[in-house]
Design a protein around this ligand. Structure first.
Ligand code: 3PG
Length: 307
């Protein structure tokens, strides 16, 4: 029987697992679970007889693929697939997919939550400020960025966006003002929300030179990836500019340093939780299960991300 393994170091809500199980079993497949694992060796053992794999931010590298002798498809239940070695997947004749958009609202809601938390001084009881009328810059206008724009407009924010790969019209129809460069976005906007993927081009790209362009009282929000930040550069500008804040859903490597140096204007969630809602788990988990069934039964390769 075709075995579908859900391997999640950070588990889905139970209700999402119930939904995944329903899809998998209705197709005549078998579901196996490896949740909250702590060692890579557990993953290597669990993938040995799996034909399909559902993961979240779990790392699927060449070693995992080597151990997964029967694997035909791996689906990242979520947007960013920087945790999958795509070339190795292709070399193993495997298909890799993501489930774009399925957890975007959850991440966007958290971005707005972090914004409110920042302007209300980390809920310390002192007088803060409001988001209404303030300029928000969305750095990359994909599924999450678009949801952030929609919600921010509800707060009465003035929304701008920069995305080298997205036509300006897609922004204007959403009531968002396109800008021509990332530099312009950071210069114009007191709030900048990062939604760029971690790629060779973006890794380490958000640091001293760009953040220093932000206006007084600037708040940088990261619900994207740790790797896009140049941590030393960000520490340098936060040290020079006591008016700046950094709110992140992905703990930097230098978390202790940030926390010690920037108390009251730095916050990191204990574990990446943007997509950690029952709704997002259900949407992304069930989409992943359906994509697996559709690929194995019908050869459908929609959402394939490796060549
Ligand atoms: C994504 O790329 O979909 C988000 O970063 C969520 O990641 P997670 O599934 O590890 O919470």
């Amino acid at each position: 029987m075709t075995k579908v393994l859900v391997a999640t170091e950070k588990p889905f809500a139970k209700v999402a697992i119930d939904g995944i199980r329903k899809e998998v079993e209705a197709a005549g497949f078998e579901l196996a679970l490896l949740e909250k694992y702590t060692e890579k060796s557990q993953l290597l053992a669990a993938v040995a007889d799996a034909e399909a794999l559902i993961i979240r931010s779990d790392k699927v590298d060449a070693e995992v693929l080597d151990a997964a002798k029967k694997l035909r498809i791996v689906v990242r239940a979520g947007a960013g697939y920087d945790n999958i070695d795509l070339a190795a997947a292709t070399a193993h004749n495997g298909v890799a997919m993501n489930t774009p958009g399925q957890n975007a609202n959850a991440v966007a809601e958290l971005a707005l939550g972090l914004m409110v938390y920042a302007v209300r001084n980390l809920y310390n009881g002192t007088s803060g400020s409001e988001l209404m009328g303030k300029k928000l810059g969305i750095h990359a206008f994909g599924n999450v960025g678009r949801n952030v724009a929609r919600i921010a407009k509800g707060f009465g924010m003035d929304v701008y966006a920069y995305d080298a790969y997205c036509p300006a019209e897609a922004m204007t129809v959403a009531g968002v003002t396109p800008v021509k460069s990332a530099e312009e976005l950071y210069e114009k906007c007191q709030f900048v929300s990062l939604h760029i993927p971690a790629t060779a081009e973006t890794k380490g790209s958000i640091g001293y030179d760009i953040v220093k362009r932000m206006p007084k009282g600037g708040v940088l929000l990261n619900t994207a990836r740790k790797e896009v930040i140049d941590e030393a550069g960000l520490i340098k500008i936060l040290s020079e500019r006591e008016d700046l804040k950094y709110m992140t859903d992905i703990k930097p490597d230098a978390d202790a340093d940030f926390a010690a140096k920037f108390a009251g204007r730095y916050f990191a969630t204990p574990k990446k939780m943007g997509a950690q809602t029952a709704e997002a788990n259900i949407n992304a988990g069930i989409a992943a299960a359906r994509q697996i069934v559709d690929y194995i039964k019908n050869g459908v390769e929609k959402f394939r991300v490796n060549k």
